[in-house]
Design a protein around this ligand. Structure first.
Ligand code: SAM
Length: 190
């Protein structure tokens, strides 16, 4: 396995689970690459929800999925991911968060610590036994490091008896590379 970057590591961690996953969330649809990754690997009949607050992001995601013949496989929701529990059915097998801003769009529309932590709180409740969430945070962005710290504080305080929490980051790169947080609900098949 090549150590490419945090995004790639997140996908590699999820890859083995997706063939049998029934429910997944992409908490930040963006340009749709993560939603496509889920849709290409999850079985027919499974449910995938993708959230974004920007219409342009949902349009980009919808177009990417349609171009790959996967239109209709993902429910696209123009809503803040802090409202996830209103839309998503438990138990979740997988959730992906790729934080900060949409590449190529306004950097003002970044994810924010308070709503991200609320979305993670709901994710923790929605995950089924063995369910896995990946969160890619960006300490190199001005508000991204504040958000990363809030994410780390929230995840670190989750009870060990119920969750396994880990973190992965490059140690010898300049410019504060992204950090991957991993949240697994305990239980399920080893
Ligand atoms: C780095 S991009 C996501 C990249 C995407 N996963 C992909 O594969 O292309 C982050 C996205 O989060 C979205 N976003 C910002 N705040 C949000 C919120 N509160 N709820 C949901 N999405 C949000 C932004 O609009 C942006 O599109």
């Amino acid at each position: 396995m090549k150590l490419a970057n945090a995004l790639n590591m997140a996908r590699q961690l999820l890859a083995g689970r997706l063939a049998v996953a029934r429910r997944a969330v992409d908490a930040t649809a963006g340009n749709g690459h993560d939603a496509l990754y889920l849709a290409e690997r999850m079985p027919p009949g499974s449910s995938i929800w993708a959230f974004d607050i920007q219409q342009a992001a949902l349009e980009n995601t919808g177009k990417l999925l349609a171009d790959r013949g996967l239109a209709g496989r993902v429910t696209l929701l123009r809503a803040c991911h802090s409202r996830m529990a209103e839309y998503v059915a438990a138990p979740l097998d997988v959730a992906m968060f790729n934080l900060v801003y949409l590449p190529g769009a306004s950097h003002a529309l970044v994810t924010r610590a308070a709503t991200t932590v609320e979305a993670l709180r709901q994710t923790a409740l929605l995950l089924g036994p063995g369910g896995l969430a990946t969160i890619v945070a960006y300490p190199g962005h001005p508000s991204g490091n504040e958000e990363r710290i809030a994410v780390e504080n929230f995840l670190s305080a989750l009870p060990q008896a119920a969750f396994t929490v880990a973190c992965w980051q490059m140690l010898n790169q300049i410019h504060n590379p992204p950090v991957l947080y991993i949240l697994e609900k305990r239980g399920g098949t080893p």
